[in-house]
Design a protein around this ligand. Structure first.
Ligand code: NCD
Ligand code: ZN
Length: 414
């Protein structure tokens, strides 16, 4: 048995304890334990690491923007040890062959553990469901994706038992609001909140699955999702950035950044437990692609900065540690049914050591993205000093200590 001792954040409290680890899993929590490998953490608090259930690693097909190696290295430095990769790659993950191709790539390149989401466009065979981690439905057009005909959704989801994440913006509504968009305010007007609300209202009429609504950008969507029993996620860019900021195309994303008033409302809804998950929707595009607003693709990088921004928001008295642990660790683990996201026996020993006085400014030159920029430049963040994945030290004193290929695939079949 290996042992880590230190101050752990468990059940909403900081407790001095030792945890025993066997085969990568927490087997015991006690006051004092002895073990073969022994880590005594003197500085900082130990939390579960983040599970980011919405990232685009761009691999295969768009590896000049990011790939599994650079993207998961970035994740590791941001305290994320599990990602769910989205299917809008080239080829898209819309067949079991394409799924297996991506799995092979990820198994060679990924530093951290991962799941793979499958693009749901038609009724799928039962076996697909056993192999993939999760499903994704796009109700609107986006990078490399055509929307599904929403009238088909009731039929195609009818047998699915695994999580279904929906990009919920109604394409008809977007078409009705089409305009030339030259800045963030016009981009917001071209894909208004009402398109998100209409999409979720439509999903609410479908019997069966409890959908997971990706990147909510409207408080009304949150309220409606609650009524329907759906889970929701919000991104750090919708929480901490807004359309009034001078970001140009570096703030162009779908769904769009809204007003500062709306982002404040989203922070409030997260802090009082009405939003289930924070995920990054890490969607890198190159500096060159982002050079002209009208033609720039939508999407912002964020997998390395989500947790640092949340811990900073704790220091700024915006979120409690309890909220942060629920929305970035416990709840995403539950949604995917993976044994991660909690410091408890039976869970993977995926842990981060964070010193809550470690605030530093976020600078793109310190991040590990291929794209070389962040929309959060100059904001403050608190990065983890150490990261453990399945009990192995993976990052020590802000430096990675593992190699690509360390990460394992999780299908969520328990
Ligand atoms: C995403 C991308 O670039 O892959 N862009 C975005 O603005 N969020 C696709 C998506 O999730 O819509
Ligand atoms: Zn996305």
């Amino acid at each position: 048995m290996d042992v880590i001792e230190g101050k752990f954040f468990i059940d909403g409290e900081i407790k001095t304890a030792s945890i025993g680890i066997e085969n990568g899993k927490i087997v015991k929590i006690a006051k004092n334990l002895t073990g073969e490998k022994f880590y005594s953490i003197e500085e900082g608090t130990i939390f579960p690491s983040m599970i980011d259930i919405h990232v685009h690693m761009r691999d295969p097909g768009f590896t000049w923007k990011e790939d599994f190696e650079s993207g998961t290295l970035s994740a590791l430095h941001g305290g994320v040890t599990f990602i769910l990769d989205m299917p809008n790659t080239k080829p898209p993950v819309d067949s079991i062959e394409n799924f297996r191709t991506k799995l092979k790539i990820a198994s060679k390149k990924s530093y951290i553990d991962y799941g793979i989401a499958y693009l749901l466009q038609k009724k799928e065979e039962k076996y697909v469901q056993n192999e993939v981690t999760s499903f994704k439905i796009y109700m609107s057009e986006t990078t490399n994706i055509k929307p599904v005909n929403y009238l088909l959704i009731p039929e195609i989801v009818s047998d699915i038992e695994k999580n279904i994440t929906v990009h919920a913006e109604l394409q008809d509504c977007i078409d009705n609001n089409k305009r030339e968009s030259k800045d963030l305010i016009m981009h917001d007007m071209s894909r208004p909140e009402s398109c998100e609300v209409s999409a979720v209202r439509y999903l609410g009429d479908i019997r069966g699955p409890k959908f997971h609504i990706a990147h909510v950008s409207s408080p009304d969507t949150v309220d409606l999702s609650k009524i329907f029993g759906f889970t929701t996620e919000v991104t750090p860019h919708h929480l901490f950035l807004n359309r009034e900021m001078d970001l140009g195309a570096f703030g162009k994303v779908n769904p769009p950044l809204r007003s500062s008033f709306i982002s404040e409302r989203l922070r409030y809804l997260l802090s009082n437990g009405n939003i289930d998950v924070v995920s990054s929707d890490h969607s890198p595009h190159t500096l060159e692609e982002k050079s002209d607003f009208a033609s720039a693709p939508s999407g912002l990088p964020g997998v390395e900065t989500s947790l640092p921004l949340l811990f900073q928001a704790y220091r700024d008295s915006i979120f409690s540690l309890d909220t942060i642990v629920k929305v970035s660790m416990e709840n995403p683990g539950k949604i995917l049914k993976i044994p991660k996201g909690k410091i408890a026996p039976g869970y993977d020993a995926d842990l981060i050591v964070v010193k809550l006085s470690d605030s530093r400014r976020i600078r793109s030159k310190d991040l590990h993205y291929k794209c070389g920029w962040t929309p959060f430049e100059n904001l403050w963040g608190i990065f983890p000093r150490k990261v453990f994945i399945r009990g192995e030290l993976a990052l020590d004193n802000f430096e990675e200590t593992i190699e690509p290929g360390f990460g394992l695939y999780y299908s969520g079949n328990r």
